[in-house]
Write a protein that binds this ligand. Structure first.
Ligand SMILES: [Zn+2]
Ligand SMILES: [Zn+2]
Length: 854
């Protein structure tokens, strides 16, 4: 126990003269806090306390409004691009009205972008999905878990009927998803109607026949195909020693209940008509009884377009009302490859809207590759909507920065050390968007198209990545430049020893936050480059592929081809939901670089298989992508596995040039593992996964060169750490010291430490803290701890805020302890203590804190 633990112990242990009263309390608290060097509140900055927030206020407002909303229609409606369709971000669209918020598609990283750009996920009550493909549903697991945490009672998912099974599959690793009602509205359900609009969904079936044995026709033109080049799978239930509940015999190619790659669902959304506004001044001029009860029926009538008779005079509605706003429609259609072109072009529902029989179409959103857009019939189909319809394109050729904050922080960190913090690349396709026969608009992150009150494109929120500005901002920070110079001087004075200057292994931290992907820190993933052409991924949280894209830019395909194995420590969503995308994108990469396809070695808890199997059965073929080694088979003293698994283990060691790949059970959830890698050249690297301090890990990791250990919480939160089965910084450091590790890198920080964690007093020359996109080699061990002063200067503001929060928490704990002492009977103690501790305001922090248990 350190920090506040000491304060609390002191408060509990010392019998103080019992004088109730606030002043006395403050005096007592200050005198308790000062001796151990904590700053008092008065020294903090003049931050205003945030008002308590209620993430579900909108639901209560809606309840109050009751179900009796009339068909008045919303005043403001716009569509906004969340993700423009790039390879690293998928295509996703947010639709806003004052009554409702909707999301179309939810690929990996969408939740992170919504968080960064303040599009509140707690307001989403409808998610529409155009296709059961990872690019559309990859972020849905994480999104649903967050919505559940937020307390949203219900969310409706519309789209392919397989969504139902997809939700079942999520439960394999998330548990029963209690507390949130997830309703699936398959395309066969009747239209959906709420305060904003009516949504019609309908299926479009590709004219291509999909089947497992279909040979690859044109890899370049159909990257989204679902058939593997080889039908043989190294992954079979029998081979891996366990029987799977649901064999791989489910329907393919449209069979009910199974996956159906030939299906996309299109959406036509028709806004409710907006009545005109009543012209009060005009009414007064005409002598109408404005301001009395008699005006109400008159207003109702003219708004409904009826004439009224007043004092024997007939007045037309146009005289008293602005014209009504028509119920415009917008369409979201995905056309993933050429096989869908004809079915889209010949679709009768679209034809009716092209003829304006139903509603004028203001906008069509096309989620389609260039090969579809440049097709003559597709262009003709687009033209048939007429000149008043706008066309928005979302695909891989839309290049736009999305994760602006990540770019900003990396540009600033780069000033401290250009190799350890390399600049990010703006990943974009090599090809420019083709010129089309009609005007179109290419997607950009946060680009808006407003439907009401005025139809127009709005670019005021789109992002510009101005690196010069980021640099200037950092350079202006007090003490920043100075501490960078001091750091550089100290490094020149003591260069790294010669023998340590090997290029490999090289460790690239891709995600260093816990629980939910946030703008600065993505969830767990670390790439270990073993040699120039071999690497291993340690965990693979949502968005890992996107992080790789932003780190490696155009080299991404060769990075994926070099990937030899993935270690999944445990089945919490922040550690494994990025795996599917790595598998799918790796296949794409092998194809485009003309390399033979081979399944990827995956070391994971056996439970991973059930999730992959379900996804494979219902959504996309995936099982042939992996050769799985159950993590338990690599434990020391594990019984000999089946011959096929033994063969895979030999293959793993041989491919990665490793002497040993060992795992051990750690103290977190069930089936959570840590791992140790010993390379043939002698180095040893240990990764903790998520765990409380763990003796088995200490033993397995003895004398490691590098320990990568989770440090979810700051010191002083030991109790919370136990509750959530994580470690505090000091505990993580202690494990490393007991292991006799040469160096310890801390990661998996709670998202409450968005930019930088709080430093514990036992940080020493053997400890470094990880940032997303940080790249280190063993030769950097001496330099990494020296980065701390410039980092502290760069994040001074944030550190101050966190210290303030820590102090407030400690004050509450002391107060609780004092109250407990004053209480007469022991029974009173607990409630009072609890009340005092519970007084923390309901802040945006609380969601991040409650999520830390994963
Ligand atoms: Zn975790
Ligand atoms: Zn976990």
């Amino acid at each position: 126990m350190r920090g506040s633990g000491v304060v609390l112990a002191a408060a509990r242990g010392v019998r103080l003269p019992c004088q109730p009263g606030v002043d006395w309390c403050m005096w007592a608290l200050r005198s308790l806090l000062r001796p151990i060097g904590l700053r008092t509140m008065s020294q903090g900055s003049a931050r205003r306390p945030r008002p308590p927030k209620d993430p579900l206020r909108h639901l209560r407002t809606r309840e109050k409004r009751g179900p009796s909303w009339g068909p008045g229609g919303p005043n403001t409606v716009y569509l906004q691009v969340v993700a423009a369709g790039g390879r690293d971000s998928g295509a996703a669209l947010y639709v806003f009205s004052e009554y409702n918020r909707y999301l179309f598609n939810c690929g990996e990283g969408v939740q992170r972008l919504m968080q960064e750009h303040k599009l509140k996920v707690a307001r989403l009550d409808n998610i529409f999905l155009t296709r059961m493909h990872w690019s559309n549903v990859g972020g849905l697991c994480g999104m649903i878990l967050t919505l559940k945490e937020t307390g949203l009672p219900k969310c409706v998912l519309s789209g392919p009927p397989q969504l139902e099974k997809y939700l079942e599959a999520i439960k394999i690793f998330s548990g029963p998803l209690k507390g949130i009602d997830l309703a699936v509205r398959p395309h066969s359900a009747p239209e959906y109607k709420d305060e904003t609009m009516t949504v019609y969904q309908f299926p479009i079936h590709s004219e291509r026949r999909y089947c497992t044995q279909q040979p690859l026709q044109s890899p370049r033109r159909s990257p989204n195909r679902l058939s593997p080049p080889q039908s043989s799978s190294d992954f079979t239930p029998a081979e891996n020693g366990e029987h799977l509940p649901d064999g791989n015999s489910t329907g393919v190619g449209g069979k009910a209940g199974g996956r159906d790659p030939s299906l996309v669902v299109a959406f036509i959304c028709k806004l409710h008509l907006k009545k005109g506004n009543f012209l009060v001044l005009k009414a007064k001029e005409l002598g109408l009884p404005v301001g009395t009860a008699a005006i109400a029926p008159i207003i109702a009538d003219v708004k409904d377009g009826k004439s009224i008779t007043f004092e024997g005079r007939e007045i037309a509605p146009e005289e008293l009302c602005t014209p009504p706003d028509p119920g415009l429609a917008f369409i979201v259609v995905e056309c993933p490859d050429e096989g869908f072109i004809l079915p889209v072009c010949e679709n009768d529902t679209f034809k009716r809207y092209q003829e304006e029989a139903y509603a004028p179409v203001a906008l069509v959103v096309h989620i389609a590759p260039e090969s579809v857009l440049t097709d003559g019939s597709y262009q003709q189909w687009m033209e048939r909507f007429g000149p008043d319809t706008q066309h928005l394109i979302l695909n891989e050729n839309c290049s736009s920065v999305h994760n602006l904050r990540s770019h900003k922080i990396q540009t600033q960190l780069n000033l401290i050390h250009p190799d350890i913090f390399p600049r990010l690349t703006s990943f974009c396709s090599k090809e420019e968007g083709s010129a089309l026969s009609l005007p179109t608009v290419r997607g950009e992150c946060l680009l808006k198209y407003q439907l009401r009150p005025k139809r127009e494109w709005q670019r005021d929120t789109t992002l510009t990545c101005n690196t010069d500005e980021f640099i200037a901002e950092a350079l202006e920070l007090p003490k920043f430049q100075e501490s960078v110079q001091d750091y550089k001087k100290s490094v020149q004075e003591s260069p790294a020893p010669e023998e340590k200057r090997s290029q490999y292994p090289e460790i690239v931290f891709l995600g260093t936050g816990s629980a939910i992907p946030m703008k600065i820190r993505n969830v767990s993933s670390t790439l270990v480059n073993l040699s120039p052409d071999k690497s291993v991924l340690l965990d693979c949280g949502e968005g890992t592929f996107g992080q790789l894209c932003r780190h490696y830019g155009q080299q991404i395909d060769s990075v994926l081809c070099n990937l030899a194995a993935v270690f999944v420590s445990h089945l919490h969503a922040d550690h494994h939901t990025g795996l599917l995308n790595i598998l799918l994108q790796r296949e794409h990469a092998l194809e485009s670089l003309g390399k033979p396809f081979q399944p990827l070695l995956v070391v994971a808890p056996t439970q991973l298989r059930a999730w992959l199997q379900q996804y494979h059965n219902q959504c996309q073929e995936i099982l042939h992508h992996i050769s799985m080694i159950p993590a338990k088979c690599l434990q020391k003293g594990a019984e000999a596995s089946s011959p096929p698994v033994e063969r895979l283990i030999s293959l793993l060691l041989e491919t990665c040039d490793l002497e040993e790949f060992q795992t051990c059970l750690v103290r977190h959830c069930k089936h959570a593992f840590g791992c140790a890698l010993v390379h043939s050249s002698g180095w040893k690297l240990v990764y903790s996964g998520d765990t409380m301090p763990c003796e088995a890990l200490v033993q397995m990791g003895k004398d490691a060169n590098l320990l990568i250990h989770e440090a979810t919480l700051e010191d002083g939160l030991e109790e919370e750490a136990v509750e959530k089965t994580h470690s505090t910084t000091s505990q993580a450091i202690d494990v490393g010291m007991r292991m006799n590790a040469e160096f310890i890198m801390l990661n998996h920080f709670s998202q409450r430490y968005a930019k930088i964690p709080l430093f514990s007093p036992d940080f020493n020359e053997k400890v470094g803290i990880a940032f997303d996109h940080m790249k280190i080699r063993f030769g950097d061990f001496a330099t990494v701890p020296k980065l701390i002063p410039p980092l502290k200067a760069l994040f001074a503001d944030d550190i101050e805020g966190m210290v303030e929060r820590k102090e407030k928490r400690e004050l509450r704990m002391v107060r609780a302890a004092l109250l407990a002492q004053q209480a007469d009977s022991p029974e009173d103690t607990v409630p009072q203590e609890k009340r005092a501790l519970a007084e923390e305001p309901h802040s945006p922090q609380s969601k991040k804190e409650s999520m830390d248990s994963i």
